[in-house]
Design a protein around this ligand. Structure first.
Ligand SMILES: [Zn+2]
Length: 161
């Protein structure tokens, strides 16, 4: 399956395409052990003809199965591109590949999604990682009084005000 646009349909009015594309059809690399793309890509796009060029604009959304890089907990990452903009020129080195007036948007979608892949997926931005028991107990004996979590919250509070 792919997302193909027939340019002939654009001559009179903009085209609105909405739907989903199965993850395997995007041929996203599966090398990354921390990020797995198994769920379909949802798209909601408007295709507009500007002279001989084509403009695509809209929303892309895809759920990714990730593993936290710090604590290894699996979590669902929602990849969202709320205002994706693609310019497909009719001429030049970036010229769109058009076959029988049909342009395939799939490779462009693939590229857009790959650019937004989390490089360092975290279950929460303040994930403390795996519990380190040895460290926690040594801190207690030192008698610092403050737990690591408490100080993290204190830092957050400072940021808020
Ligand atoms: Zn985590």
């Amino acid at each position: 399956m792919s997302l193909k646009i027939n340019l002939r349909h654009l001559e009179e009015k903009d085209l609105h395409v909405q739907g989903k594309l199965p993850a395997p059809d995007l041929e996203l690399d599966d090398d990354d052990e921390l990020v797995r793309a198994r769920l379909p890509l949802h798209y909601d796009l408007t295709v507009h003809q500007a002279g001989r060029d084509v403009l695509v604009r809209g929303r892309l959304e895809m759920g990714l199965d990730c593993e936290c890089a710090r604590c290894l907990k699996p979590f669902r990452f929602r990849l969202k591109i709320p205002d994706w903009l693609l310019h497909l020129p009719a001429e030049g080195p970036e010229k769109a590949v058009v076959e029988e007036e049909v342009v395939d948007l799939t490779p462009y979608l693939r590229e857009a999604i790959l650019l937004e892949f989390p490089q360092h997926p975290l279950c929460h931005s303040d994930c403390a990682g795996l519990p380190k028991r040895a460290e926690a107990s040594s801190q207690k004996t030192e008698g610092s009084g403050a737990m690591p979590e408490a100080s993290a919250w204190a830092e957050l509070n400072k940021l808020k005000f």
